[in-house]
Design a protein around this ligand. Sequence first.
Ligand SMILES: Cc1cc2nc3c(=O)[nH]c(=O)nc-3n(C[C@H](O)[C@H](O)[C@H](O)COP(=O)(O)O)c2cc1C
Length: 130
Amino acid sequence: MLYQYCYLSTAPELSRDQVEAILASSARNNPANGITGLLVYNGRNFLQILEGEEKALVSLMARIAKDPRHTGISYLDRRTIKQRSCPDWNMKRVVISEDVEKRREMLDAELPETMDPGLRTIIMNFAVLN
Ligand SMILES: Cc1cc2nc3c(=O)[nH]c(=O)nc-3n(C[C@H](O)[C@H](O)[C@H](O)COP(=O)(O)O)c2cc1C
């Protein structure tokens, strides 16, 4: 059965390179484990969506939870899904525009149309935080 996790964590001062390194690990590992999702970083917090078989997600979360680059993992949602919201992304970095006005517009263009509307709302709300 497919699951989807959505969590927040805290990482006050990661450089662009550090975030890129996380994306590189994801690109390296997620395809083999059937994991898809997206990662948003706003300079203080991560929001991550992970989708895949439960065993793969539990094992990945065990690694992610021990990662010293962030703390305070807090789940917003863990549910079974019939289809993936991010089927084409082994881990998509969603970039938040500097311009608050433009953020919704940019995300609207970037997030897949097939994405679950509730999930879309969570991502939008996170992205407009300052
Ligand atoms: C916010 C956050 C999200 C992460 N997401 C993933 C992920 O989706 N896939 C993954 O393999 N590692 C992810 N990592 C990195 C893991 O914690 C771990 O460092 C990595 O999987 C180790 O694998 P590697 O030796 O191939 O780099 C994430 C780390 C952080 C801080």
